[in-house]
Design a protein around this ligand. Structure first.
Ligand code: ADP
Ligand code: ASP
Ligand code: MG
Length: 459
């Protein structure tokens, strides 16, 4: 907890974040600009790269691209910018910066980003470009908007591709460089990117713009963060998977954090951290239909017990390490986790037996770096037997005080039709998780939603 921040009084400022589909083209950007114009408490706007751009940039980071593939991805990025530019006339200050940034992108993308630092630099261009364009769209609607390079204030460590923010340094630099702009301007800045102590560009991981918005809100003592996306709030499950998924009007910080952690892609998993530690409320709504409202996430005094949502996270790896030496021995788990931490691997679920420990890890296909590499497996193999299973999905029931009394029988019945690989319950009152075969996971989620959630009225 940053006591300096807590001691400061909260401003009335709101940070608004617009995701990739919300800034995908000129019309989408114009709808977002209307949202900003309608709320004069919105003083910082954090934008994502236009939809599709970061996927091109991730592809451009791959070492084994042919010249034709490289060209195709560069052209893809440029075409998205040009389609928006065709509807806008950039003011001189923005035109200069935009053109320089586009040139820098084309140079680095053509040469190829070899180091992890260069790869983060390459990944940063999506947000850097969209923020120029969005600033002009706001100006076209009469706002006094300025573009601000977030790397000046959002300070992180040097773990490229999944950098950890430095909250104190971010607050201090924001106070100096960002806060003075807020009285007279709407500041348009970038989600997803930051910089380390040497001012090299870093990124916060895929989907990280939500997290950026919450960090900026914390740094300027804002009262809330508005996450504008392509769905009218957080639903009882991914609405693309279940037609009967229903929007949830209110969630506690704990419930929302669990949903984000366990796969509700609508929020980056770390978004709730700054919000809950600094008492910043979070709203999630649709930039296409802002009039429909959305989900408010706040600290709640009493939470309604029971299951509120079901989520899934695909592409999980199950790593099992086994050693007869573990029997009655101490230090085995510490040794395993020390190695995982040396390789910067973040572990999700853990179950143990007397001689083995099973651990789940992410293997997201669009991540800019694989989670588990051979060097780590080799190191573990020096003292235990290691096995790796792929193509699994982590399914989680989320709520509060999940005890499953009445629902237990229903759940067990639903699950009996499927092959369940591992179950975890008890470490948190807010979730119950299990692993299933990826090929069956959509069906598992649909079956759980239909049997356990569709009878409930969303609150
Ligand atoms: P953005 O580009 O605005 O950041 P994302 O694609 O990252 O948007 O997140 C929005 C998507 O999250 C939705 O289109 C939806 O398919 C997905 N999603 C997954 N789980 C949920 C959920 N429980 N509630 C709402 N949306 C969800
Ligand atoms: N543009 C980044 C991504 O697609 C960050 C974000 O949109 O949140 O992952
Ligand atoms: Mg997102």
């Amino acid at each position: 907890m940053n006591t300096q921040l807590a001691a400061n009084t909260k401003s009335d400022y709101v940070v608004a974040k617009f995701g990739g589909t919300s800034v995908a083209n000129f019309d989408a950007m114009s709808r977002c600009a209307e949202i900003v114009c309608a709320d004069n408490q919105v003083r910082i706007v954090a934008v994502s790269a236009s939809a599709g751009v970061t996927n091109h940039l991730v592809a451009l980071c791959k070492a084994d691209l042919s010249a034709a593939e490289r060209d195709e991805h560069i052209t893809g990025v440029v075409a998205i910018q040009e389609a928006i530019l065709a509807e806008l006339s950039l003011d001189a200050d923005l035109a200069h910066g935009f053109n320089e940034t586009l040139k820098a992108f084309q140079n680095l993308a053509s040469e190829g980003a070899k180091s992890v630092a260069e790869q983060d630099e390459l990944l940063s261009f999506g947000e850097r470009l969209s923020s120029y364009l969005f600033t002009q769209v706001l100006r076209a609607q009469g706002l006094d908007a300025v573009r601000f390079d977030v790397r000046k204030v959002l300070k992180t460590d040097s773990q490229f591709a999944k950098a950890i923010p430095n909250v104190a340094a971010t607050a201090a630099t924001a106070k100096e460089h960002l806060v003075p702009l807020l009285d007279d301007h709407v500041v348009v800045t970038q989600g997803f990117i930051g910089s380390n102590e040497h001012n090299q560009t870093t990124t916060l991981g895929r989907g990280g713009s939500d997290y950026s918005a919450a960090l900026l809100a914390e740094a300027i003592n804002a009262k809330s963060v508005h996450i504008w996306t392509d769905v009218v709030g957080i639903f009882s499950t991914d609405p693309r998977l279940c037609a009967k998924a229903s929007p949830i009007a209110r969630l506690s910080f704990d419930e929302a954090a669990e949903m984000a952690t366990f796969g509700a892609k609508v929020l980056h998993p770390a978004t709730i951290l700054p919000a809950s530690r600094s008492h910043i409320s979070v709203f999630v709504g649709s930039s296409r239909e802002p009039q429909l409202g959305g989900t408010w996430i706040e600290k709640e005094k009493s939470q309604q017990p029971g299951i509120r949502a079901v989520t899934q996270r695909k592409n999980q790896i199950l790593l099992t390490v086994k050693s007869p030496e573990m029997l009655l021995a101490s230090g085995f788990l510490a040794r395993v986790f020390t190695i995982l931490s040396e390789f910067n691997i973040s572990v999700d679920l853990v179950t143990t037996s007397e001689i083995s420990v099973a651990i789940t890890l992410d293997n997201a296909p669009n991540a800019s770096r694989p989670e588990l590499d051979q060097a780590c497996l080799d190191k573990l193999s020096e003292f235990c037997h290691v096995s790796v299973e792929n193509n699994l999905t982590l399914v989680a029931l989320i709520g509060s005080e999940i005890q499953l009394r009445q629902q237990e029988m229903n759940l067990m019945q639903v699950l009996s039709d499927f092959n369940i690989r591992l179950i975890c319950h008890g470490a948190s009152k807010h979730n119950l998780c299990f692993l299933v075969e990826q090929s069956e996971s959509d069906e598992v989620v649909q079956a759980i939603h239909s049997r356990l959630l569709e009878s409930q009225v969303a609150a």
